[in-house]
Design a protein around this ligand. Structure first.
Ligand SMILES: C[S@@+](CC[C@H](N)C(=O)[O-])C[C@H]1O[C@@H](n2cnc3c(N)ncnc32)[C@H](O)[C@@H]1O
Length: 358
């Protein structure tokens, strides 16, 4: 398989959370090597359709090869997932049964792209997912002020030593390659603990270059608007900043009131549009961790589109109800993701196997 060094993370858990079924319509916002996409197409046959996005044209080229045999059932679009709603609406690809976001990088981007994502491989300091983006890591490193660089490293890398790192960068610039920057970081802060001294700074630069957090926030909102009734949203994140955004978004959208706790009565008028499928985050089971150590930071959260109390009172287009009638509550192919706690599931939902933690 092309791009075979990428092993899809939490694959079975994702398919189960998406409740993939024959004839369903799915969006993969982060197609990568096409591993999740291929499994979705397999499970949704006959009649399943998938629209796959990726900001990186090279990833889509790998995915296209890996989706061989499913031509006619998928469409790959080289776009940032922050344009998901416009892309889907322009192609009349909504409402959908499920949307998956498997954030971050595919293995081939780390090891072979020459795009500067990894401090272990010599490459220009680029880090753009898409060559059409304007700002690269080199531009940040070589033209931003010391304070701006320190703020990026602090905010997106949660690096305590951001100020000293920024000072050393400004003293040493111009810096052109990943290894130049990695060596500077080793000298600036030394080796402490398990993680390499370049890890947090590289993460911070990648997030800043690709505006990852703001794009994720806007995409979650768009995803909900594309889901049909009982459609599923599944997000796999790889660091705490992403996971916090996903967790807070899902919590808010599954609450009927988001007023501050000290308000005596509800004034927000907020109406839940989602139901959480896992209160505790799903992480890879031991077997997956052994087979794919890169999965160690993965955290899956999932939710299902419900009718909000406001939508319950108005008549919605039949289109929204996908293949169901409004009153139908067919739970036969649904799953509860509370591993080991089936009592939290509605009757008829199958508990998902795996590990879960907060
Ligand atoms: C972890 S990989 C996905 C792997 C895929 N699920 C598989 O099984 O092969 C993440 C992919 O998302 C893409 N990506 C990251 N952020 C993106 C964004 N904002 N818009 C579109 N694609 C993005 C990356 O280019 C990368 O190819």
């Amino acid at each position: 398989m092309a791009g075979a060094d990428h092993i899809s993370v939490l694959l079975q858990e994702s398919l189960q959370a998406l409740a993939v079924g024959p004839g369903g319509r799915y969006v993969d916002g982060t197609t990568g090597a096409g591993g999740h996409a291929r499994a979705i197409l397999e499970m949704s046959a006959p009649g399943g359709q998938l629209l796959g996005l990726d900001a990186d044209p090279d990833s889509l080229a790998v995915a296209r090869q890996n989706l061989a045999g499913y031509e006619g059932s998928f469409l790959l679009v080289n776009e940032n997932f922050s344009n998901m709603e416009a892309v889907c609406r322009a192609r009349d690809f909504y409402p959908v049964n499920g949307i998956i976001l498997d954030l971050g990088l595919a293995s081939m981007q780390l090891t072979a792209s020459g795009r500067g994502f990894s401090f272990q491989h010599e490459a220009p300091l680029d880090m753009r997912f898409s060559p059409s983006q304007k700002v690269s890591a080199a531009e940040i490193i070589n033209t931003y002020s010391e304070t701006e660089i320190a703020d990026i490293i602090w905010r997106y890398g949660e690096e305590r030593r951001s100020r000293i790192i920024a000072r050393r960068i400004v003293e040493a610039r111009p810096l052109k390659t990943t290894t130049q920057l990695a060596e500077l970081l080793v000298k600036a802060i030394g080796r402490h603990g398990d993680i390499h001294p370049a890890t947090r700074t590289f993460q911070a630069l990648r997030i800043a270059v690709n505006k990852e957090l703001t794009r994720l926030e806007s995409t979650l909102e768009q995803a909900v608007s594309l889901l049909g009734f009982s459609g599923r949203l599944v997000v796999i994140s790889y660091h705490s900043l992403e996971d916090r955004i996903v967790k807070q978004f899902l919590q808010r959208e599954s609450s009927d009131c988001i007023c501050p706790v000290d308000l005596p009565e509800c004034r927000c008028g907020h109406a839940a549009r989602l139901r959480l499928l896992n209160k505790k985050v799903i992480t890879p089971a031991d077997a997956e961790l052994r087979a794919n150590p890169r999965s160690r930071s993965a955290r899956l959260r999932a939710a299902e589109r419900i009718l909000s109390r406001r939508e319950n009172e108005v008549s919605l287009s039949e289109h929204f109800f996908l293949n169901m009638t409004k009153d139908e509550d067919n739970v036969s192919d649904r799953h509860c993701l509370e591993a080991g706690t089936p009592t939290l599931c509605a009757p008829g939902l199958t508990p998902l196997k795996g590990r879960s933690k907060m």
